[in-house]
Every structure is written in C-alpha cells, then in structure tokens.
Design a protein around this ligand. Structure first.
Ligand SMILES: Cc1cc2nc3c(=O)[nH]c(=O)nc-3n(C[C@H](O)[C@H](O)[C@H](O)COP(=O)(O)OP(=O)(O)OC[C@H]3O[C@@H](n4cnc5c(N)ncnc54)[C@H](O)[C@@H]3O)c2cc1C
Length: 385
C-alpha cells in the first residue's frame, strides 16, 4: 500500500544546499514538521562520498572533494556561516598540497582554478558527513523526516497545498515546498523522469506567476557539464614516493596537458586504514563518449591506468599504478550548471509558497558549493520575512 505524508515544509534534494537550508530552518522553526526527500542513499548529492559495498573500508569523495570560498562581495551571511562551520569543527582550512601540472614542470604551486581560488576548506570527516552534521547540529528535536531512495516525479499545487508524488507512488503534502535541485524545473527532466511536461510548469501553468515564468525561461538557457570520475582503490602497498601524510593532495592539469591526457584533476585521498585512494575527474567529451561506447569496461579502465602512469612517469612524489588496481567509474550527467545563472530575485514565490536554492543561482559561487550554501542561507531569510 502506498503512503500519504503531510508536512509543514518539504525539501526536495539532499545535497549541501538542502542541508544548509534545512539546518537554518529547523533552528528558526522549532514547531514545524519538515521532510527531506532524496533519490540517493544518503545526504551529500554532488558533494558526497562513495562508501563501497564491494570494497570494504573505503570512503572516497567522488564529487566535490572540498570547498573553496571566495566571498568576493564580503557577504556577511556567508562569512558568519563559514565561521560557524569552523567553530563547530565541521570544516578546517585545507592546507593540502595543490599542484598545477604543465608541460614543462610538474610542480608549479599556484592556486588558480575555479575549484581552488579563494580560501579552501576541508571537511573534518567525509563530504557526505559534512551535510549530515550540518543538519543534525540543528535537528535537536528530531523534527525532520528523511525519505531516501525516493524520486519525486510529479508535483501539483491544489487548494493552497503542494502535493508531490514519488516514482513508487508515495504522496507527500505540504504548505511550503523547497526545491534544492532544478531537475523538476528543467527540460532534462523530460527524458530523465520520462514525463511529457516539465513538472513545475505542469504544476503552475504559464501566466499565473511572473517569477515562475521568468525562472523557467532562465533555466531554458542553462546547460550542464557532464563529468566522469574514476575511483581507484589502490593495492595494499601503494603509497607516495615521499612522506606526505595529509588527508588529501590535489593535482590539476593545465590546458594543454588536460587536452593530452583528458584528465582535469586528480585527488589523492588518504583513508582511515592508511590506504591511498585516488579520484580522477574528467570533463573531456571524447573520453566521456568513449566510455559510453566502450564495449569492454575493463579494457577502458586499463587505458585510464596507462594514461595515469604516463602522466606521472617522472613525477617525484607519485608512484605508478599496477594494472590490477580496482577501479570504479561514476558518470555525472549534470555535474555543474553552465551558461546562464538564475537571478536570486527569482528564488521565492510567495504566491505559490515555493522556494529554490542550489549552485544554479547567480554569483561568484555559481556551479560550486559556495553558491549552494549562499543561496540556501538567503532563501531561509526570504521565507521568514
Ligand atoms: C565531480 C564533481 C566535482 C566537483 N568539484 C567541485 C569542487 O571542487 N568545488 C566546488 O565548490 N564544487 C564542486 N563541484 C560542484 C558541487 O559539487 C556542487 O556545486 C554542489 O555540491 C551542489 O550542491 P547542491 O545542494 O546545490 O545540489 P546537489 O548536490 O545536486 O543536490 C541536489 C540533490 O537533489 C537530488 N534530486 C534531484 N532530483 C530529485 C528528485 N526528483 N527527487 C528526489 N531527489 C532529487 C539529487 O540526487 C541531489 O542529491 C563538483 C561537482 C562534481 C559532480
């Protein structure tokens, strides 16, 4: 039998923006009943951690490995929230090695990339745990219900109330709705959810709310960067050539090298059991296409290892991999929004009691965790006034 659930406020998505929003909302609305609905198995979204069932004991951050805050506009809300995360010992300054590899030298240490500019912070635990701690710090009364592995496919606004339906037929009702993902607002939903109209457009037909119409128009123009991440569970004895012992170590490939090797960055992640995990990111379309069309995934993985070994051939700190390392691959259809960002003025419709947050809003943090956090903080304030 399918279930019916009723709440004061529902949040779709369980990434970092949803977690920050939920945390602030729970703190300021002690009596409200809140639920968070997420298709994944846990919190974190694109900044989450793969805890492998196959490879026991490994925890690899397979989306964003850390967070970098530029706060170019000196936003006090963002500043004090980052301070709060530091005071709570959820994050700390990331003083890991950051190398920019180029054709001539392998050891150029300059912090110059969209993912390393500003101040870099590391989660004291895994990235998934960061989202979890953020919510739990203000969930003292256990006021939030979590529905994981639950995909919302339909939304309706009837009689001043939101009604969401999940793929398996569960119904969720609420007075307020927060979308921390734009999947249900974007044309990519048609294919992914197998629906014939963008769910939000279906819920709020054109010419009913200027803000919603504008928001959907902006999203028409928003595109997404696909990415592959290769997770390498290295063999027992794999280690660095030197005695580096910090939790993470980053290698960014500069333009020509990125083209040549088709890797964007490589992050070494020291595990609790002292094994060394490696996560390789790529947004190279040829590599992504060759993965999609690969007939034999094992052969494809061997090519990745060959590439890695060539790249680090003469590197003073990185050892070569052997061909029997275990590799798993994650394909991110929409790893990062690109092109047009949505203005923050369209974040909340009072008429329809619906709010939006995430990295798809305008600002320095567009396409990054910084944007997700800031938009969530601003949205929570908008809901109050
Ligand atoms: C490989 C990779 C590397 C990255 N590196 C960096 C980096 O170094 N620095 C940085 O700042 N940023 C980085 N990013 C971007 C960063 O991860 C994102 O900006 C940030 O995590 C977005 O958080 P969010 O909460 O806005 O969205 P998300 O994390 O996407 O959260 C939305 C959640 O909603 C869920 N969801 C969607 N639709 C539905 C539905 N219909 N029903 C139920 N649940 C649904 C999704 O499963 C998801 O968990 C990276 C991203 C990727 C993928």
């Amino acid at each position: 039998m399918k279930s019916d659930f009723t709440y004061d406020l529902l949040i779709i998505g369980g990434g970092i923006s949803a977690s920050v929003f939920a945390s602030k909302y729970l703190k300021n609305n002690l009596t409200k009943k809140v639920a968070l609905i997420e298709i994944g198995r846990g919190l974190g979204g694109r900044s989450s951690t793969r805890i492998s069932k196959r490879f026991k004991g490994w925890k690899l951050n397979h989306g964003s490995p850390n967070l970098n805050i530029t706060n170019n506009n000196n936003n006090l809300l963002l500043k004090s929230y980052i301070d709060e995360l530091i005071d709570n010992k959820f994050i700390k300054i990331d003083d890991s090695d950051v190398f920019f590899l180029n054709e001539y030298s392998n050891l150029e240490i300059k912090k110059k990339s969209e993912f390393s500019c500003g101040v870099n912070y590391l989660s004291l635990d895994t990235m998934s745990e960061l989202s979890k701690k953020i919510i739990e710090s203000n969930n003292l009364k256990g006021k939030i219900d979590f529905f994981f592995e639950t995909l919302i496919v339909d939304m309706k606004f009837n009689n001043e109330e939101w009604l969401l339906t999940s793929k398996n037929g569960d119904k969720f009702k609420s007075k307020y709705l927060i979308c921390s993902t734009n999947l249900l607002l974007h044309k990519r939903s048609l294919k992914i959810l197998n629906v014939n109209q963008i769910p939000l457009r279906k819920a709020i037909p054109i010419n009913n709310d200027k803000k919603i119409d504008l928001l959907l128009n902006f999203l028409e123009e928003q595109t997404f960067i696909p990415r592959l991440t290769f997770l390498i569970y290295t063999n027992e004895n794999y280690s660095y050539k030197d005695y580096y012992s910090k939790k993470q170590r980053y290698f960014y490939l500069k333009n020509n090298l990125e083209k040549k090797y088709r890797f964007e960055r490589i992050i070494f992640q020291l595990q609790d059991n002292n094994k060394l995990g490696i996560v390789i990111h790529s947004k190279n379309i040829e590599l992504i296409n060759s993965y999609i069309s690969a007939k034999d995934e094992e052969v494809f993985k061997q090519k990745i290892i060959t590439n890695f070994n060539k790249l680090f051939e003469e590197n003073p700190v990185v050892n070569k991999l052997t061909f029997d390392e275990k590799v798993s691959i994650m394909k991110w259809r929409a790893s990062q929004p690109s092109g047009i960002a949505v203005p923050l003025s369209l974040q909340f419709s009072r008429k329809y009691r619906i709010g939006f947050c995430g990295d798809w809003f305008e600002g320095d943090g567009f396409g990054r965790i910084e944007g997700s956090i800031l938009s969530a903080l601003i949205l929570e304030k908008k809901l109050k006034t």
